[in-house]
Design a protein around this ligand. Sequence first.
Ligand code: ZN
Length: 484
Amino acid sequence: MVEDTETPLPDKEQNFSEWYNEIVQRAELVDLRYGVKGFIVYRPNISTILRQTYRLFEDALDEYGHSVCNFPVVIPLEFFQKEADHIKGFSGEVFWITKAGDSELDKPMLLRPTSETAMYPLYAYWVRSYRDLPLKLYQSNTVYRYETKATKALIRGREFYWIEAHDVHRTSEDAVNQVKEDMEITINALHDQLGIPFLLMERPPWDRFAGANQTYAFDVLLPDKNVLQIATTHLLGENFSKAFEIMFEDEDGTKKYGQQTCFGMGISRIVATIISMHGDNYGLVLPFHVAPLQIIIVPIPKKGKNELITEKCEEVYQKLKDKGYRVKLDSSEERPGAKFYHWELLGVPIRLEIGPKDIEQGEITVFRRDKRERFQTKENQLIETIEQLRDDILKELRARREKDLEENTREVKNKEEFLEIAKNKGGFIKIEFCDNVKCAEIIKEETGGYEVRGKLFGEKEKPKDKCIICGEKAKSIVYVAKPY
Ligand SMILES: [Zn+2]
């Protein structure tokens, strides 16, 4: 049906890693030739997906009462040192600035690995009274971490794109509600707009964000059955507000510490997830919402009829543009087959083909990228068809990925079974667990890197048996998986 003008991509099912490395380059998403380990160049094709993904979250944050802000990329050492757990958690992966011009700096600075210690000294000035609360700010930026593991484009690097929201509340109850709101924003984006299924985990104490009382994380399963954390929200309690003296006078005149939360949305990782989960052996498959180009129109030329075809294509293009779709008419000199190949590689959700026969019959040929299916629609029903297709594509993509997640989440009853699945299958493994870090370490050692990712948020099921590792009475049901 489609003419392949280039060699096919590596098979995604058979070799995800090769497929991924190939597609990010062949679709001109990133360029890895910048020459600094962990730093890559984002080309226009991916920068526009990134922008759409940013907007999805920014719009939601705005709607939920956050304001946007921008803090410097450098953090002075004295700010960074204020919260003890935070330093311990991050100091090993910080990029330091020790020299400027020809002279050594008296006080070194660092590139933000995350912005708590950049923002909170200022929050101490801004928060005075209960009337100043809640304070809800976010910034869309890049952060820098000296990652020592192998890097992978968009998944693990030393510079990554994200949004961080930092809030101060009057009561701990308000802070808990904030975390629920953060979850709602993420669930809406991932589930409703991007078709990405996830497990929302409450991280075990040893795996919390440095300085947090509680960490909730969105874990997704990539096609190689390893998990990737793509968003987190944390209850910080008073840990930072004490360290940075973020205090307010309450209604009754008493001085209190602010109750803080922070929320990170890993935009580059979310984009990596869109590419990995939805893509196929023909290229990217983008959900309508974040596709830089939602509809591509390809004229099917025919001698003697080309003027008529061009006219019809332009008419349809204008109509869709007026409706607000991101649409392009590909009137280049290439053959239709080469155009099909190109736009399929880039994941454009809907392709319209207009040829002499279509015009004669008052129809348009529609191709949906997700199923790679063609069908005809009446020209006067085109808008309805597109609206319907937009929802259908999302449902189709989400259903496929939910099936993957379900098939790759397995419950085991004992250690032998656990080790067998860890070795041969991967994915999430659900076990009864004693909550002891020692058992988590044994798991990591004996499986070559599997981690206890935590309890499912809101899980009602209670453990009935013993920890599958030590045999002590189980305290919770946890999910174990191999992380990126
Ligand atoms: Zn145990």
